[in-house]
Design a binder for this molecule. Sequence first.
Ligand code: SME
Length: 167
Amino acid sequence: MAEELLLTASDKKGRYEEVLPQLVSVLEGETDRTANLANTAAILKEAFDFFWVGFYEVKSREGEAPQLVLAPFQGPLACTRIHYGRGVCGTAWAERRTLVVPDVDRFPGHIACSSLSRSEIVVPVFHPGTGEVVAVLDIDSRELSTFDETDRHYLEILSSHLSHLWA
Ligand code: SME
């Protein structure tokens, strides 16, 4: 695997185009889920300098409803557990779709892990067999309206590459 990312593009689409193949090649060299989620968060953070990038995995404790539980991430301290249907992450889980939030203050129920976060994108990861949501990829920005259809497009491709980690 490459030890360093090659980052030359200055526009967002170009940056995704050069980063995704490098990321996929890192994923192909390892089967461990934690290792791969950790490197994915690190690569996205380095490539785009996002404020916070990481994963929440759907997990169940005995006798309790499943929750989203904090998984590998890059950025400041974050909330550890999110209920189904709560916040941007829990809503993306419940609605089984990517949510692009231009202004988190206008998202009812947004969970503010950091007051510095202004906009957010949450992309579900689906189990390759059952189609259940197994995790979400959450990215936060310090700026308003950071995320758009370009992010959605490439991050959904990334999500489908990650899904086999739950096979
Ligand atoms: N803002 C998220 C919570 C997770 S943190 O941003 C890392 C939400 O509303 O679900």
